[in-house]
Design a protein around this ligand. Structure first.
Ligand code: RTP
Ligand code: MG
Length: 139
């Protein structure tokens, strides 16, 4: 299978808890190459733009407040079958349902504060990576 890319964020709860380094280590040990990486802070407005697909969902306002509540790490990752393999590595959205050994099982604290984001398609991975990184930052 061809090498391709996904996009991730280490979310505010995991950064605040001091788990960003451990999470990035798990990601690298699972075979993902870090193409781009930055620590940044989303405003509520930019969090809203990032999660615009969820604008009609009941949890949208809370999600935007949470995602702008503290710094995050944003990263573009590369691996064969990156999108699907990364979602396997992070586990189910709700940590109570996440498989043993997954990042969310190990580090998430609630359905909302679930430690990491992972793109859900190749198309969204490219859009989300472009939300944080210029082409000259992706190598
Ligand atoms: P993500 O986009 O962050 O990788 O998460 P996901 O695909 O597993 O889940 P998604 O349905 O896209 O939801 C995005 C994020 O919104 C928060 N959420 N809160 N309170 C709730 O019912 C609820 N549901 C989802 C989570 O932070 C979730 O990751
Ligand atoms: Mg999602």
């Amino acid at each position: 299978m061809a090498t391709n890319r996904t996009f991730t964020m280490v979310k505010p709860d995991a950064v605040e808890a001091g788990n960003a380094g451990a999470i990035l280590k798990m990601i690298e040990e699972a075979g993902f190459r870090i193409v781009a990486l930055k620590k940044t802070l989303l405003t509520q407005e930019r969090a809203g733009q990032f999660y615009a697909v969820h604008a009609e969902r009941p949890f949208y306002a809370s999600l935007c407040a949470y995602m702008s509540s503290g710094p995050i790490y944003a990263a573009i990752l590369e691996k064969e079958n990156a999108v699907a393999d990364f979602r396997t590595l992070i586990g189910a959205t709700n940590p109570a349902q996440a498989a043993e050994g997954t990042i969310r099982k190990l580090f998430a604290t609630s359905l909302e504060a679930n430690a990491v984001h992972g793109s859900d398609s190749d198309e969204n991975a490219a859009i989300e990576g472009g939300f944080f990184f210029s082409l000259t930052e992706q190598f």
